[in-house]
Write a protein of this length. Structure first.
Length: 416
């Protein structure tokens, strides 16, 4: 791990979404140098499923040697952001570093994304980043080494990253476009960069989305904090970069990345918007990855009543049990194309569960893929996440339920 150097002692950071996850980790890393941290986040009262508030984070920051200013901030609200900026300047005398970390995510296709969700993502990710930057810039310009860091991806125009969740991609890329524009606009005055993880990062939100087992396929938030710390240590002419956490830390001389893994040695999930898989991701694993959701498919042709798909479903029927139904509560339809085209289903919601050919009455999740890839996925030779990210798997429906299907896959591997 990257060791603290004391370079941020006395610096003031304004961090949005700092009550938990990556934002909190960046805040704590800076606090260990003796930095001042403005915790600009919405959570003033404990969430039933997500730990951490602006006040509990403030206690942790001060416990490691920093100074904290907790501010209730919804980045959609210009008055709340403005008030927090004024409080920061009044309390600490200025702002040296802005971290635009607050973000909203909804991984659904165009027809399945309510405008309320579209507006939320655009307002928090894109507008919130622009607004907070705009209000902090007058104070950043007075700093000796000012930085803006957006937690956003490289601008990758591969259509794969648009087709399944266009609204989310536009909103997230909006943060990155702020980097592109502001880095040039304030070149020579403020360093403006983007930081993105190479692999999935383990947060409370990830647990809520993918279940507790997803953690071992992730890295700790500390890898993003260390990478951010490295960026802040650079001069203000280091600007306009779209940076990946692992790449930065390799340049810092770090070669052992197991220290950042939740389960060292376990294959990791790649993050969105990166075409190349991380080096330590393999396609055959001991545990299946989570399948992100999104997108529709067509009904396929005649159902093949024999062959590898049918054999796979015989095994699926053999692992069905009331406990699996109780913990899953979802109905899945598979529209398979290719050599063994057909429509199949798995019912993990009703009675003791069932599986077979044909269409279920009300599927919660619809998956569309080639029949050969379907067999590979259930055998453990193709991770659902890899299949999705490479365009081999399209999913429409409930994300949490899509991810839950991996439990059945892990049960089947010993039988296939």
């Amino acid at each position: 791990m990257l060791h603290n150097t004391g370079k941020l002692a006395g610096c003031t950071l304004f961090v949005t979404g700092a009550s938990r996850g990556i934002g909190k980790a960046i805040a704590l890393k800076a606090a260990r140098d003796g930095a001042n941290v403005v915790i600009a986040a919405k959570t003033a009262e404990a969430h039933p499923k997500l730990p951490g508030t602006i006040y509990t984070t403030a206690v942790e920051i001060e416990a490691v040697g920093g100074k904290a200013l907790p501010c209730i901030v919804d980045v959609r609200d210009e008055n709340q952001v403005g008030d927090a900026v004024k409080q920061a300047v009044k309390t600490f005398g200025g702002i040296d570093i802005l971290v635009n970390n607050a973000s909203a995510i909804n991984l659904t296709g165009t027809q399945e994304t309510p405008m309320k969700k579209v507006d939320l993502m655009m307002a928090i990710n894109l507008r919130g980043t622009y607004l907070t930057s705009k209000l902090c810039i007058p104070h950043l310009l007075k700093s000796k080494n000012p930085h803006i860091l957006n937690i956003s991806p490289p601008l990758n125009l591969n259509p794969t990253w648009f087709k399944n969740h266009t609204a989310y991609t536009i909103a997230k890329y909006g943060m990155s476009m702020c980097v592109l524009g502001m880095a040039e606009e304030f070149r020579g005055s403020i360093a403006v960069n983007a930081l993105w993880p190479k692999t999935a990062i383990h947060t409370a939100a990830m647990d809520m989305l993918g279940g507790s087992d997803i953690g071992k396929q992730c890295r700790k938030v500390e890898i993003m904090a260390d990478a951010a710390y490295s960026i802040f240590s650079k001069p203000s002419n280091y600007t306009g970069n779209f940076l990946i956490d692992e790449d930065i830390l390799r340049k810092e001389g770090i070669s052992d990345f197991d220290v950042y893994a939740i389960a060292p040695g376990h294959p990791l999930l790649p993050d969105f918007f990166l075409d190349e898989e991380p080096e330590n991701i393999v396609t055959k694993t001991q545990d299946q990855g989570a399948a992100p959701v999104v997108q529709s498919g067509e009904n396929s042709a005649e159902i093949a009543n024999n062959g590898p798909v049918a054999e796979t479903f015989e095994i699926i029927q053999g692992v069905l049990n009331p406990e699996l139904v109780k913990t899953t509560q979802g109905v899945y339809r598979f529209n398979l194309t290719g050599e063994n085209a057909g429509s199949w289903y798995i019912d993990l919601k009703n009675d003791a569960g069932s599986a077979g050919s044909g269409d279920p009455p009300k599927p919660d999740v619809v998956m569309t893929m080639d029949s050969a890839d379907f067999v590979k996925m259930f055998k453990g030779d193709l991770k659902p996440t890899i299949a999705f990210m490479s365009g081999k798997l399209k999913i429409k429906g409930d994300m949490a339920l899509a991810i839950k299907l991996e439990k059945m896959m892990s049960m089947m591997k010993s039988k296939l």
